[in-house]
Design a protein around this ligand. Sequence first.
Ligand code: GLN
Length: 542
Amino acid sequence: MSKVKYVFVTGGVTSSLGKGIISASLAKLLQARGFSVTIQKLDPYINVDPGTLNPYEHGECYVTLDGAETDLDLGHYERFLNIPTSQANNVTTGKIYQSVINKERRGDYLGKTVQVIPHITDEIKRRIKCVSLGNKYDIVITEIGGTVGDIESLPYIESVRQLKWEMADEDCLVIHLTLVPYLAASGELKTKPTQHSVKVLLENGIQPDVLVLRTEHSLNDELRRKVALFCNVHESSVIESIDVSTIYEVPVKMLEEKLDVVVLKKLKLQTNGAPELKKWKEFLSRLKNPRCSVNIGLVGKYVELADAYKSIAESFIHAGAENECHVNLEYIHSEELNDENHLEKLASLDGIVVAPGFGSRGIEGKVTAVRYARENNIPFFGICLGMQCAVIEFARNVLGLQGAHSTEMNQKTKHPVIDLMEEQKRIIDKGGTMRLGGYKCIIRENTLSYEAYKTTETVERHRHRYEFNNKYLNEYNSAGMIPAGLNPESGLVEIIEIPSHKWFVGVQFHPEYSSTVVSPHPLFVAFVKACCSKTKTVKKKK
Ligand code: GLN
């Protein structure tokens, strides 16, 4: 069996240059050439995982099928590669230290002083190699979070240096992503920040093999030569990454720049012809040539930071392209939505999504949005907390259960229509203790969900502690809100629908985590389709 090859992606100059997208784009091109590839993210923060982080801190928390709460870059990896990632694909400093300290307590290092080098670096190297256990992949791309020079990144950079030293030249390479800023006053692109950033890497013992330069303007040959000479790389290894209108264009740009060819040559891997990107290009063409456009409102409380709803926004791009429809996603702050102003904020929408979330801030605005959608036959899609809000709204305004609520928001409510799951009641720790990852859902025939999925069984990813309270199921059923999906083992309600409504679906799971470019999520596709054909029949509220 052939050896696994390792590609490390580091970043310099500033954060947010898009290491995740470059890694995913390279992986896409290699996959499209027939290699099996995965991508791993190493995050230098001390949290064990981002599950307990506020989305304002770090954007969305992504969830893998095997139940890991991870960095949102893993979402990009899956959306690009169309293969699931797992626990092993996201490693944090918190995880590294946790295992080393656990080993120390067990006595595994008995007699030794436990140190950053070699113990922490050994654990980092072990985690890097862990992803490809069983030789599942030809190539593992490991993205190092943060920027070179950061104190907290040092053990990671040192581990990469050691791996480079241990492995044969053709078994691993380092790609360094930097910025070439444009100075408008002098009309020039500047290479000095890149030179400095490479110097920092060199000080840490790493000569990068490939440089990817983020830029707003095209790089000329002279500039490429200058960077190559001063940074000690071949000219063909200086890759331009120019700003593009959609991240999904980046693989095509990287193909034009021959990033895949340079990488394969250095790794001494044979390849013939061009990568197979037919479906990808068809998607791009549909994305860029929509036949119609819809306004969809995303009602949430983290709307100030678009990254907080990254996977939902991307799922709409996939589903929009599938419908040849441009989805204009309007972010609506749930805290600013109330009975007085909701018409002004919601009337122009063709569809409403109520977002996932935690805690009571903004909850009443979400319930208001659900009511408006339900009463006016506006396509509605509730995701996780969004579904729970739909259940609460229905209880209050249709079943007449005054003050109905989730016990997450009001522990003393007389009508706990959403309640803590039984197995959650004894849990005190917050980290990694929700109902996480893939669970089965049996879909009822003759429902909107069945029409979308075209199957009676699916597996969807979860991240919640509260659930539909089955004690109320009969009341809901007879009043016209039905369980369209159930978990076969626990009987938990996974999907609710209102059959008399044009398109009203709430899901306890997170369909947005499993929508990809070549396989858009069926519920997003069906929802956008329903929004496209919305006829405006907005009733005035009495
Ligand atoms: N806060 C709700 C729960 O824990 C919903 C979670 C979510 O929207 N991800 O059940």
